[in-house]
Design a protein around this ligand. Sequence first.
Ligand code: MV4
Length: 449
Amino acid sequence: MAITRILIANRGEIALRIHRAAHEMGIETVAVHSTADADAMHVRLADHAVCIGPPSATDSYLNVANIISAAEVSHADAIHPGYGFLSENAKFAEIVEAHDIAWIGPKPEHIRTMGDKVTAKTTAGDLGLPLVPGSPGAVGSVEEAKKIAAEIGYPVLVKAASGGGGRGMKVVPSEDLLEGLMSQAKSEAKSAFGDDTVYLEKYLGNPRHIEFQVFGDGNGNAIHLGERDCSLQRRHQKVLEEAPSPVLSTEERNRMGQVCADAMAQMGYRGAGTIEFLWENGEFFFIEMNTRLQVEHPVTEAITGVDLVREQIRIAEGRPLSVKQEDIRFEGHAIECRINAEDPFTFAPSPGKVSYYHAAGGMHVRVDSGIYAGYSIPPYYDSMIAKLIVYGRTREGCIMRLKRALDEMVVEGVKTNIPLHQALLAEPDILNGDYSIKWLEAWLAERES
Ligand code: MV4
């Protein structure tokens, strides 16, 4: 089932990323765009383009009927969803497959299983992944919650089954507050997701966020491509990611990576996935699985040399993985800075016209971006306008090159968070790799005062 024309159901840098992989494989591309994106670079690069609606994402990039129609009229034989938008919508994946269009993504049943945090966690546990101590499934009553919390010890965390990205979580410091916080969590989850199912976990106070990249062929073969450390976040938005994690040894990477790959092989997972863990005091605890390509995938590409989008397309064609586990070497270090059109310290979005743009370049410097001089960044979508990914033989060398590349990068006409990245790379804790998921918000609060 060779793919000849891919409809890219996304915009911005990731649409370009997918277009590039497709063209390098001799595959044509179809861009879809909202009326606000008629002049976007992803539309210009693609072989064909179809307008799918007005600016609001709900009416365009999330409009299933319009996207399927666009695929039909443009004779696309595959759809790549990118990240965000419809990428983890199991129903959309089913609809795509029902139209005899190849879905460049995981099996719909696996998207669904992992989309619900309770079924994801029980599935992960059954597959041998280490879990955060907590309720075995959803918690039915306050009495049950109290019993479990007493066993695992306070503080505990109440999480929404339909949550994710930190929404619908409550830290419970002691038993007297459990009933109130649990009912708050449930009503917030009900109004946000239409599902008030919650579960309980031991609250980890100062962990790192470490995620493993996995790939399955859908027929019981799977590999891992090591980890990314994504601990540097603000309000669940990643700011900078790196691979490998500064805290993992080769032995720990190989052991945990193999646990992940074995789990994916066992479930017959297809395509790219990311298994997210919290890591504290040398121990891994599964929290979630993302059934999509991630923003930060290029750091993995930099240290392994594997083109992850090419691999996704091959798998959707029913071909085997192009690399075996024993062929994968982790060499050097890579860091990605997410460049956003926003105030570097207040984080207020800064859409508008880019009057001048110069991308960094040179050895081991990659810039994934859809912007150009004269482009107007629309206010309707995510503020990320570029990713700067830098590679070095060592972490120190990578950081020196990253500072140099940030100094070269020029975006005029809008504010960007480049100054934030420069300030971060002057911090001893960052230079030493000594940071947890709490570090960035604490540092920003410190700067405020
Ligand atoms: C946790 C946790 C501490 N303990 N679970 C946040 C979003 C979701 N992916 C899971 N999250 C967390 N789960 C336990 N048992 C702390 C977080 C968390 C977090 C996790 C990863 C990256 C950044 C974070 C920021 C705040 C809280």
